[in-house]
Design a protein. Structure first.
Length: 202
């Protein structure tokens, strides 16, 4: 049986060679094997696609984020959808309103994130793909180089901490949180702000 690393390498070679179908099959195999290995991961978040749909959109394929371009079951932005289409070119021109198509985008973008994480020297596993879904592979690369005690606001670009017209953070889950906090958070998809003693008024 091939290892996860060997499968990832084979998928990358197939993608580069333009063998889209073979690349997709290898990516699906990669994630099936990753799910089996999840129980062996001591720090696994154990979030399945079903969990993510519930957290991101309450299983609503028509859900639309009022502050960003994120939409659908997995709240994918236009930029992330473009990345997914690079990985699976058959998605180009498809009807994103179709829930089944959104599932294909989820699979393709996970494959693209895995490829990006690997290229940036970040460990590729289910947990890091879920984290990258929130802050991108670039964000994970920055965290990978940072110290655990550093605050996210001092590591990630300022664009991650934008506020909406009402003055609320678009990504409240990233505020008042250290690199260690984020990496140990069992739910990177949470939109709840991090509560600290300093943020509580007595």
């Amino acid at each position: 049986m091939a290892t996860l690393k060997e499968i990832a390498t084979a998928a990358e070679k197939a993608d580069r060679a333009g063998n889209t179908e073979d690349a997709k099959k290898l990516v699906n195999l990669y994630f099936r094997m990753m799910e089996k290995d999840k129980k062996k991961e001591t720090t696994s978040l154990s979030l399945t696609d079903k969990d993510v749909k519930l957290k991101e959109s309450s299983n609503n394929p028509l859900a639309q984020n009022p502050n960003t371009t994120a939409s659908g079951l997995y709240q994918m932005t236009k930029a992330s959808r473009k990345d997914a289409e690079k990985f699976d070119k058959s998605l180009v021109g498809s009807n994103y309103d179709d829930p089944a198509v959104q599932e294909r985008y989820r699979t393709a973008y996970k494959g693209e994130l895995a490829k990006q994480l690997k290229s940036k020297g970040v460990l590729v596993n289910t947990d890091n793909i879920n984290r990258a879904w929130v802050i991108g592979a670039g964000g994970m690369s920055l965290l990978n180089k940072a110290k655990p005690e550093q605050m996210l606001i001092d590591v990630l670009p300022s664009s991650y901490f934008k506020k909406n017209k009402a003055g609320n953070y678009i990504n409240p889950n990233l505020t008042s949180k250290s690199v260690k906090d984020f990496m140990n958070d069992p739910d990177p998809y949470s939109r709840k702000p991090n509560i600290t003693l300093e943020s509580v008024a007595f």
